[in-house]
Write a protein that binds this ligand. Sequence first.
Ligand code: DGL
Length: 304
Amino acid sequence: MGEIMPMLLMASWHQCAQFLFILSMSIPTAIRAQQPIGIFDSGVGGLTVAAAVARHLPHESIVYFGDTAHMPYGEKSVEAIQHYSQRIADFLLALPCKCIIIACHTASAAAAAILAKHIGSRALLLDVIQPVVSAVNEAGIAQVGIISTARTYKSGVYPAGLRQYNPALRVAAKPTPSLAQMIEEGLHRAPKVMAAVAEHYLSDPLFDDIEGLILACTHYPLIKTHIARYYEQRQGTAPKIFDSTDTVARALAHALAQEQLICPNTEQLPIHRFFVSDYTAAFEQTAALFFEQNIRLQHYPIWD
Ligand code: DGL
C-alpha cells in the first residue's frame, strides 16, 4: 500500500460532531494495510470491541492490550489515565500498528485529545464514544439514558457530544461504579446478582421514559441480555440499547476503507495477540468470554 495522507481519525471528538480527519503538515508517514490494529482498554472489557472488529474485518490482525494492572480506570484521575494511555499507545505504535482503538469509554473521555496529539500522523486513532454518539443521533430518539464508570460520568463528554447533534435531546446519565469490576470478575454469569444490579441501577426514576440506553463502558455488552430482561419484565419492551461493539467495528471499517488501509484477503490467516499488564490464569477464562473464543493472554510488563 502506498503512503497515506498524515491524519488522525477524530479523537478530540467533543470539539466536533463529525468524524474529522485532521490533516497534519508534517512529513507523510507510510502506513501499510498489512499492519495490525491495536486495541486497548483498562482490562478485558475492550475485548468486546476486538471481537466485533474480528467479525467485521476477518482479515485484520489485532494486537490487544489490557491494562489489568491499573483496572479500574473509572476510579483513576484524568492525569493517570492520560499517562497510561500514552504509554500503551507507544507500545502499540512500536509494533507497528496502523490504527489504535481506545476500546475504553473512560480512556476515550479522558485521553482521546491528548492521544491524538501524541500519535500525530503515525497511526489512525479511533475512540469508542463518537461512533456511539453518531448511532444515537441516527436513531432519532428524544430521550436517552447513559450508564458508565464514574470517570466517564464526571467528564460529561457523552451529554456534550449528544447535544452537539441535538440540543433538545433529553439525556439522563448515571454512574454505575463497580459494575465493570463485577463483570471482569465473572459476576455477569450469576443471573440473580445481575437481576439485582439491573434493578438497583435502572429503576432510578431518572431513567423512566428513556427510548434508548447507552452502555458507555466496554464491559457492559456482556450484561446486555440482563438489561433487556429487566426492562421486558418491568414494562414489556426494552429501550433501544446502544453499545460500542458493532457500531465501533463499522466506524473502523469505514475509516480504513476511506484510507485504503483494509488488509487484503490473502492466504495468510490473521494473527491476533493479546497482552495484559498483570496476568492471572483467571483472566484468560474471562477474556475468552469477552472475545467469544479461546485466546492466550501474554503478560507484558509495560510498567516495570
Ligand atoms: N472498560 C472501561 C470503559 O469502557 C471501564 C472499566 C474501568 O473502570 O477500568 O470505560
